[in-house]
Ligand binder design. Structure first.
Ligand SMILES: NC(=O)c1ccc[n+]([C@@H]2O[C@H](COP(=O)([O-])OP(=O)(O)OC[C@H]3O[C@@H](n4cnc5c(N)ncnc54)[C@H](OP(=O)(O)O)[C@@H]3O)[C@@H](O)[C@H]2O)c1
Length: 325
């Protein structure tokens, strides 16, 4: 099968199309013919060995010391089930699915296998393959931080920094679906977009500094990583929650004990969103209910993966970027 391989760490140009062995489904696994795969910040970080501060050594132990141990990148995909292993009962040949491979990667390819119990769900008919692939990365991250960590409640006021990106654009919509009031921060070009996603207030960071919004929010979600914990504390109400989606190791260590010395008793949360079938089913259901519309502004063909990675590397992609096969 054709696959995009990353034989060494480096700029987008290290990516190449190569012939690789087609995976075979083991017992309990599906073989999926990939139709669309997201190009995420995570893929670009692995390709470039650009890991958050303090994670360089740990990440190379996971992903490969001198070069990616798993040369086929890609975690978030959609496609069609074309074969099933022994004992598969939840899916049938011809089912359209969306899935997430997590640290296993391997979805930048014509075929991918995934266990039926793992993060794979049926694709809603109303979503195209590209939209389905675009739903996964930001959607699962937003659910992890907003529901699991912050337990965001109706009526609470949340500030989402980096609201136009993959995580931010999902978080704005999921926070609204949970009944929260949303202030979304983005650059000037994306103000219209974040309002269209449901934000009650949109702040253009080139015109207004949210660090001056003292004591205003129940929850602050930072997907950019340019707010310090004390700056988050200033803009949070007492006992507010700070969600550090983008944080290096020093900030994570600081966050773990921050509540002990926080004058307003705020809680800071960090962590790595994990993939789950339940989350994918919830995302699919939210999309069917028209509460979550994956923002998909750039679709590339498989052969244009280098251009797709260049765009992701800018740090200013809008919503999600997808490769179609
Ligand atoms: N902890 C986890 O489990 C987890 C999971 C997924 C992602 N992440 C991390 O979360 C981060 C965001 O991921 P993503 O996929 O959403 O990235 P993305 O799609 O590239 O979005 C980044 C956003 O940041 C905005 N931005 C850039 N500079 C800004 C500034 N000065 N102030 C406010 N916003 C600014 C950009 O908006 P404009 O273009 O409008 O400036 C862009 O939309 C990444 O660093 C990623 O590694 C963590």
């Amino acid at each position: 099968m054709k696959a995009i391989v990353c034989p060494k760490y480096g700029p987008p140009e290290v990516l190449q199309i190569a012939d690789m062995p087609q995976p075979k489904p083991n017992a309990g696994e599906l073989l999926v013919k990939v139709k669309a795969v997201a190009v995420t910040v995570a893929d670009a970080r692995i390709r470039g060995a650009r890991f958050p501060a303090g994670f360089g050594v740990i990440a190379r132990l996971i992903f490969g010391i001198a070069a990616p141990r798993r040369p086929i990148l890609g975690g978030c995909f959609s496609g069609q089930v074309v074969a099933v292993g022994e004992g598969v009962t939840e899916f049938s040949l011809g089912d359209d699915v969306l899935g997430m491979k997590g640290f296993e990667l391997g979805a930048y390819a014509e075929f991918v296998t995934i266990g039926q119990q793992h993060a794979v769900a049926k694709k809603p008919k109303k979503l195209s393959y590209s939209q389905a692939a675009a739903l996964v990365f930001g959607g699962t991250t937003a659910l992890f931080f907003l529901k699991k960590l912050a337990d965001l409640q109706a009526g609470q006021h949340i500030l989402i920094n980096g609201a136009s990106g993959s995580v931010g654009s999902s978080a704005v919509q999921i926070a609204k679906a949970l009944g929260a009031k949303v202030t979304a921060v983005s650059g000037p070009k994306n103000i219209k977009l974040v309002k269209s996603l449901g934000a009650d207030t949109a702040v253009d960071y080139s015109q207004e500094d949210v660090k001056n919004h003292h004591d205003r929010y129940d929850v602050v979600m930072d997907t950019v990583g340019n707010l310090s914990l004390s700056e988050c504390e200033n803009i949070l109400k007492p006992r507010g929650k700070c969600l550090l989606v983008m944080a290096g190791l020093p900030k994570m260590i600081q966050a773990a004990t921050y509540h002990r010395r926080s004058p307003k008793q705020i809680q800071a949360f960090t962590g790595t969103a994990s993939e789950s079938k339940d989350d994918l089913e919830l995302l699919a259901s939210l999309s069917v209910q028209k509460k979550l519309d994956p923002v998909l502004t750039q679709v590339f063909s498989f052969k244009d993966v280098v251009a797709a990675h260049r765009l992701v590397d800018t740090g200013h992609k809008v919503g999600n970027v997808v490769l179609e096969l």
